[in-house]
Design a binder for this molecule. Structure first.
Ligand SMILES: [Cu+2]
Length: 235
């Protein structure tokens, strides 16, 4: 009886420990930041290749160190794309790098992770072990010409992506209220409505003025301002 109770207690402790450690290594959504720098465990990242040679998201920071990082790479574009993370820490690849220079870089610094997708809707899932020390790395598409079109981004482990690293943001998404297109269209609409109201009010004032003028020539009492009803004679 006593040993059964003990083993039952041990089971509860073990289950509790497993649950709490699983909670500590919950997969963060790409782009979310950690308050601490977790080590070990696992995390997952979802990245889409989108039209106009972009990644969404194009920066992913604060991933855990020495952890299993699961990557889900999805082709939301009609072209094939790759996702290759350079292992050269803290190095921003010059935008004018040719395909040859990119190949040389990746043979000197083998990719931390490399995968590809071939057609719209194609999904590649894989994983790699993150570095053991904090740092940031650039990822690129090595399909011919895609890098120079701006298809690159940054991934950081144990730290956020430095704020000066800003890949070109591609307008492949449906415009949101924050987009400049929506702002311009909205602005034009408001100007149009205001102009319409102004023209209508002017026209109405002119019509009233004209009708008042006719009243006066008819010999009726002159009114004060145009549009006002004639005043009652004071007693
Ligand atoms: Cu590409």
């Amino acid at each position: 009886m006593g040993s059964q109770a003990l083993s039952g207690l041990a089971l509860v402790v073990v289950v509790g420990f497993v649950l709490s450690s699983a909670g500590g290594s919950l997969s963060p959504r790409a782009g979310l930041s950690f308050d601490t720098q977790p080590t070990g465990g696992s995390a997952s990242v979802s990245i889409d290749a989108v039209s106009n040679f972009g990644y969404v998201p194009d920066t992913v920071g604060n991933l855990p160190l020495s952890a299993t990082i699961t990557v889900t790479f999805t082709d939301e574009d009609v072209l094939p794309h790759t996702f290759n993370i350079s292992s050269r820490e803290g190095f921003q690849i010059p935008n004018n790098y040719t395909a040859d220079q990119l190949n040389r870089l990746f043979s000197e610094y083998p990719a931390l992770y490399a995968t590809s997708v071939g057609y719209q809707g194609d999904v590649s899932v894989g994983n790699f072990t993150s570095p053991s020390t904090p740092g940031w790395y650039e990822f690129v598409c090595n399909e011919s010409g895609h890098f120079t079109e701006g298809m690159y981004g940054f991934i950081a482990f144990g730290e956020p992506v430095p704020s000066n690293l800003t890949p070109p943001h591609h307008g492949s998404e449906i415009p949101t209220t924050g987009s400049p297109i929506v702002a311009v269209v909205g602005g034009l609409l408001i100007v149009g409505i205001l102009a319409g109201v102004l023209i209508w009010r002017r026209r109405r004032a002119r019509l009233r003025y004209a009708s008042n003028a006719t009243e006066r020539t008819d010999g009726t009492a002159p009114s004060g301002r145009p549009g006002r009803p004639p005043r009652e004679p004071s007693p």
